[in-house]
Design a protein around this ligand. Structure first.
Ligand SMILES: Cc1cc2nc3c(=O)[nH]c(=O)nc-3n(C[C@H](O)[C@H](O)[C@H](O)COP(=O)(O)O)c2cc1C
Length: 215
């Protein structure tokens, strides 16, 4: 593949929030996860797992759970005198946190515990870092795998939207609904389907703004 083709895929990926009715097959999902698993991970720990929900009723249930939590948080905020914030939470964050509702597939991206020979034989005995840091380590690799998945989806003409909205609001309820073990972290969910239309490009910070070269 030429670099220009690769760059086109990277620049062309956009967060997709409306989808056509076209089905995403299990083979297509399998292919995306096949790409995801080639992401790098700390000491090749491969701290990722994926749950692909293709049942519309379960996706709707996650949407409902998310709205329930949004309403609860808004009511609590209003009680504390934060009326404007409560309204904004519902009007602005609500649709953003439930933008997966139209998707034929919802992929729940998990981070599994980071365990390795390094950790067991060196890091833990010398207490290199706090335990929470190891949780972050799993999340880092899980994010890279998820990006592979999204780029692969885009290259296949599929659309995705990475989302933490429902996780921030309703992580415990989603965990219960899907029987996710306590030692797995719900990193994010990814809406997946065939895009309905082309969203407009979203600006990016310039390279000069985000890059420091140390020479
Ligand atoms: C960690 C993370 C969380 C996100 N959460 C949401 C979300 O809850 N709802 C949503 O609609 N989009 C979500 N997005 C998508 C961003 O809004 C989107 O990536 C950003 O606006 C840039 O647009 P683009 O992906 O089309 O380039 C999230 C993206 C990331 C990386």
């Amino acid at each position: 593949m030429e670099y220009a083709e690769f760059k086109e895929i990277v620049l062309g990926r956009r967060s997709i929030r409306t989808f056509t009715d076209q089905e995403v097959t299990k083979e297509e999902i399998f292919e995306l996860i096949d790409c995801a698993r080639y992401a790098p991970s700390d000491t090749n720990s491969q701290t990722w797992q994926f749950i692909a929900i293709i049942n519309k009723e379960i996706i709707k249930e996650i949407e409902k759970i998310t709205w329930d939590e949004l309403n609860k948080k808004a009511a609590e905020a209003e009680k504390r005198g934060l009326k404007k914030e409560a309204r904004l939470l519902l009007r602005s964050f609500g649709p953003y946190a439930t933008a997966f509702s139209d998707a034929p597939v919802l992929i729940v991206c998990l981070a599994t515990p980071y365990n390795s020979k390094f950790r067991e034989k060196i890091f833990d005995p010398i207490q290199l870092v706090e335990n929470e840091i190891w949780q972050e380590e799993g999340i880092k690799s899980s994010c890279l795998a998820t990006q592979n998945l999204m780029l692969a989806a885009h290259a296949k003409g599929l659309g995705t939207c990475p989302m933490t909205g429902p996780v921030l609001l309703a992580s415990d309820k989603i965990r219960n609904l899907l029987n996710i073990k306590q030692d797995r972290q719900i990193n994010m969910v990814v809406a997946l389907g065939y895009p309905n239309g082309n969203p407009t490009k979203i600006p990016r910070k310039s390279v000069e703004e985000i890059l420091t070269i140390v020479s």
